[in-house]
Write a protein that binds this ligand. Structure first.
Ligand code: FAD
Length: 507
């Protein structure tokens, strides 16, 4: 028997580590260790929970409930434990008489430190362990420049990424490949009988999930939508059925709902990336047939490019773990952010008086999600209109996004702040009014999140910053006036970046 440790891979299908642990797939490196069946476990680690948020804990619990149901359908169940994995996993392995503990690699810095500790703890008790490559199609170390360096420019990375052969989805274990629910219950009794001195796994249970309150979190206000593999597959199928064939043309228009909204499913690993990619290849085959317009392949390729962005940022974080808190790009003199607390608070509340910015920030609160184009706009606004450090925005997103992913969130923020890999040049500053006008011409997205502006003409909404105080008071008395003047702030931002570059701001 083997123990499979779930972390950010809450699925049974297309799970490389689980397939290896259960003997369903290639057991690679197992040597003389017996293979399968697998006993799946999830460990609530206080070290990880310290960095969690109400939104992410709720979303995680929803994903775990779906995963547990998938196991139950196969006659098995999910072991749920609490404590430090360095203590919990060796004890569980002993209680289950497991020959090996298997997991999928996590590429972020903190997770790598934790995993090193678990490796040492298992080695100390002579339990074999194996970490598999699963979360992305290409290992962060696999795609490098011809000189052998990690990539920092996406377009070059993409060229290599798209040319590489992709792995097939990992095989899905059946009931026979998994430890049955009764035997898991016996194992939990055995854990209790171990009488661990520190009680680390005393509350290991079969399928018994805690509530957010048990973990010290509150129920979030946001509506998080469905979780789990079945919901992810339904969403992917729907998207690839039609929307993907207009993806490039429509993805920037938030009112069109033209993107897949798969990000939280990817974040929690509820759908395997090999499975998702294989499905896009099927869509590509259809795109290349006569049934679809000539530009259909480009539309599908644009979607595959987003999957590659996810992998690009995963390798940026893997090779540069310090970017979580540090600028990727060094500015000679350091950037002197203004960091006005009131302006930052108005941004968080969605009360800046810039309609597209406020709509985005309110979507974030209501749905724990924000459309990509709008993420770019609000991030540009925070850093280049409010001259606030990107870390304020990153922390706010980290707290409120259900799909918060260290690599992607950090990559997105540093891109917008012109501090990252392949970032926006510092002098490219979005004008929030023209962005709104261009990407939400009928103000449909704006008015769905900013009720104060409902019923107004779209033109009036897009000219909000140009109206007089009286005009604003007459049109929408409850909606704020712009808290800053974009043209002035644009100049100040340029000067701020020039100073940081050691240049004369007046040049
Ligand atoms: P689709 O357009 O359908 O794309 C499909 C998938 O590709 C996404 O689900 C996601 O996994 C990946 N993807 C798409 N765009 C990007 C991108 N620019 N970078 C990396 N991966 C991408 N994405 C996150 O998953 N988590 C985050 O915490 C996150 N924070 C961001 C912060 C900022 C400031 C910015 C500008 C972008 C951020 N993104 C983040 C990237 C992007 O906005 C979201 O992935 C996307 O909006 C999710 O919607 P979707 O699933 O409908 O995307």
């Amino acid at each position: 028997m083997e123990l499979f440790w779930h972390r950010r891979d809450l699925r049974v299908a297309d799970n490389v580590g689980l397939a290896a642990a259960s003997g369903t797939g290639d057991a690679g490196g197992a040597g003389d260790v017996d293979r399968g069946p697998a006993a799946p476990v999830f460990v609530f680690d206080p070290g990880v929970l310290d960095h969690a948020s109400d939104v992410r804990v709720r979303r995680l619990l929803d994903g775990l409930a779906a995963l547990r149901d998938d196991y139950r359908e196969r006659g098995s169940d999910l072991l749920v434990a609490r404590g430090d994995p360095e203590t919990v996993l060796p004890e569980l392995a002993a209680a289950l008489d497991a020959e090996r503990v298997v997991w999928n690699r996590d590429y972020s810095g903190l997770a790598r430190e934790r995993d090193a500790g678990v490796r040492r703890a298992l080695d100390a008790v002579d339990v074999a362990r194996d970490a598999r490559h699963d979360a992305v199609l290409h290992d962060p170390d696999a795609i490098r420049t011809n000189a052998g360096d990690p990539y920092s420019v996406y377009s070059y990375y993409w060229k290599k990424w798209t040319d590489r052969a992709k792995a097939e989805p990992a095989p899905t274990p059946t009931g026979e490949d998994l430890v049955d629910a009764d035997r898991l219950a016996d194992a939990v009794d055995a854990v209790d009988a171990l009488g661990s001195d520190d009680g680390a796994v005393a509350d290991a249970a079969v399928g018994d999930l805690p509530t957010p309150a048990d973990l010290g979190f509150a129920e979030p206000d946001a509506d998080l939508g469905p979780a789990g593999t079945a919901a992810a597959r339904e969403r992917l199928d729907d998207f690839l059925d039609e929307a993907v064939f207009a993806y490039e043309a429509e993805r920037d228009y938030p009112a069109k709902g033209a993107t897949s909204r798969l990000s939280a499913f990817f974040k929690y690993g509820e759908i395997g990336v090999r499975e998702a990619y294989a499905a896009t290849e099927e869509a590509m085959a259809e795109a290349e047939s006569d049934a679809r317009p000539e530009d259909a392949p480009e539309q599908v390729e644009e979607f595959q490019q987003q999957l590659a962005w996810r992998e690009f940022y995963a390798q940026v974080l893997f090779h540069n773990p310090e970017v979580v808190t540090e600028n990727y790009k060094t500015y000679e003199e350091g950037i002197e952010w203004r960091d006005d607390p009131e302006e930052i608070a108005a941004w968080k509340r969605g009360e800046t008086g810039y309609p597209i910015v406020d709509a985005g920030m309110r979507q974030l609160r209501e749905e724990a999600f924000m459309h990509n184009r709008v993420r770019m706009i609000v991030a540009s606004f925070l850093t280049k209109d409010l001259l606030a450090d990107w870390r304020h925005g990153y922390d706010h997103f980290r707290e409120h996004l259900a799909d918060h992913d260290t690599a992607n969130d950090n990559g997105g923020w540093q891109w917008a702040a012109s501090t990252g890999t392949d970032a926006q040049p510092y002098f490219r500053i979005f004008n929030p009014m023209t962005q709104g006008e261009r990407y939400d011409p009928d103000a449909e997205y704006i008015t769905s999140y900013v009720p104060e502006l409902r019923g107004l003409d779209a033109d009036l909404i897009h000219e909000w910053h140009e109206l007089s105080p009286t005009q604003r008071a007459n049109a929408a008395p409850e909606y704020p006036s712009p808290i800053v003047d974009h043209s002035e702030r644009r100049e100040e931002a340029l000067a701020m970046y020039k100073r940081a570059r050691g240049e004369d701001p007046d040049d």
